[in-house]
Ligand binder design. Structure first.
Ligand SMILES: *Cc1c(COP(=O)(O)O)cnc(C)c1O
Length: 346
């Protein structure tokens, strides 16, 4: 039996259509911008996000790093959430490689930073202060229950940035999930911001790669920063070919991942011993607390591993389940059943 891997949507494997696209891909040297497949992917991404240009990068981490390096000078300050991926999980690259100072504001459960907090974090011009240059948002917000940010909030933040001569970058690793959850298109969600990055290798199932979209002059400077970081790839059309399928085909399937997540959350939320806020499962990420007098985390994880169900404990008694294209509707029934069995015996 196959493993039902609910650890992350990064475990998705390329589809059959991607394998075919990869073997038929036209290739060239992308550092010379001569890989026709990469060029097609970058054009497609720019069109989808209604931005002037896009650049293909090896990972989401590098896409965010290149974005911050391109927006900021050394010594500039970036405002970001204290639960944001860039702050928590990107090895501190913006400070070690960019010399960029980070100002972390509290992320609320819905993935936002409060508008008041943002306004008061923006610094006056003063010899004592690093210049406030950039605000980073994350959509959907991974650590904040996979919550989507809606268009009104994003536009409010963009307004503040504009009024203060700052820019906004969106870490949209899962922005296609945000689009499905909010009913706004990815281009509407990013219309008022200067740049957006997104991952092809999560819900969209491509093997690797991210894109960064923005104005042509911004993307030109990003190309320089990508090269400096060692992210200039040669015949990257091999990867981009799968990315084109990800954008054209897989982005339309995200809705199923959300339905599966809802069904899974619904199913296990009924169990005594599981605390889960159902109304907060809005995308493909489910968080729950284990709260049972006789059951501990390792017993739960061991039982599930024996049943070929895999997921993480992120913090004591705090778990995450992620649905994706590798998880079928039938698998959800099976997982809910096994949760029922486990707690029935407890
Ligand atoms: C996964 C992720 C990234 C980084 O992407 P990698 O391709 O794993 O480097 C950035 N931001 C968020 C919100 C993510 O979930």
């Amino acid at each position: 039996m196959n493993i039902i891997d609910l650890r992350s949507d990064t475990v998705t494997l390329p589809t059959k259509e991607m394998h075919e696209a990869i073997s038929n891909a036209e290739l060239g040297d992308d550092v010379f911008q001569e890989d026709p497949t990469v060029n097609r992917l970058e054009k497609l991404a720019a069109e989808k996000f209604n931005k002037e240009a896009a650049i293909f990068l090896p990972s989401g981490t590098m896409a965010n790093l290149v974005a911050v390096l391109t927006h900021c000078q050394r010594g500039d300050e970036v405002i970001l959430g204290d639960q944001s991926h860039t702050f928590l999980y990107e090895a501190g690259g913006i400070s070690s490689f960019g010399g960029v100072h980070s100002r972390q504001l509290k992320n609320h459960d819905d993935g936002t930073m409060s508008i008041e907090d943002i306004k008061s974090a923006i610094r006056k011009k003063d010899v004592h202060f690093p210049p406030s240059r950039l605000i980073c948002l994350e959509n959907t917000h991974n650590r904040c229950l996979g919550m989507p940010l809606d268009i009104n909030y994003i536009n409010d933040v963009a307004d503040i940035a504009r009024n203060n001569n700052m820019s906004v970058h969106i870490d949209g690793a899962r922005i296609f999930n945000a689009a499905v959850a909010t009913g706004s298109s990815v281009s509407d969600l990013t219309k008022e911001v200067e740049s957006v990055s997104f991952c092809l290798s999560k819900g969209l199932s491509a093997p690797s790669g991210s894109l960064l979209c923005g104005e042509s002059s911004f993307i030109q400077r990003a190309r320089f920063n990508r090269k400096a970081l060692g992210g200039g790839m040669r015949q990257a059309g091999i990867l981009a070919a799968a990315g084109i399928v990800a954008l054209n085909v897989m982005s339309k399937k995200i809705v199923q991942d959300h339905q599966n997540a809802k069904k899974l959350a619904d199913g296990i939320s009924k169990i005594d011993g599981i605390n889960l806020e159902l109304e907060k499962t809005k995308t493909n990420i489910i968080y729950f607390m284990l709260d049972h007098p006789k059951v501990n985390s390792s017993a739960l994880l061991e039982f599930m591993e024996k049943k070929n169900i895999r997921f993480f404990e992120l913090a004591p008694n705090w778990f995450r389940l992620v649905t994706h294209s590798g998880i079928s509707n039938e698998s959800i029934d099976y997982v809910v059943n096994e949760f029922d069995h486990f707690f029935a015996k407890a």
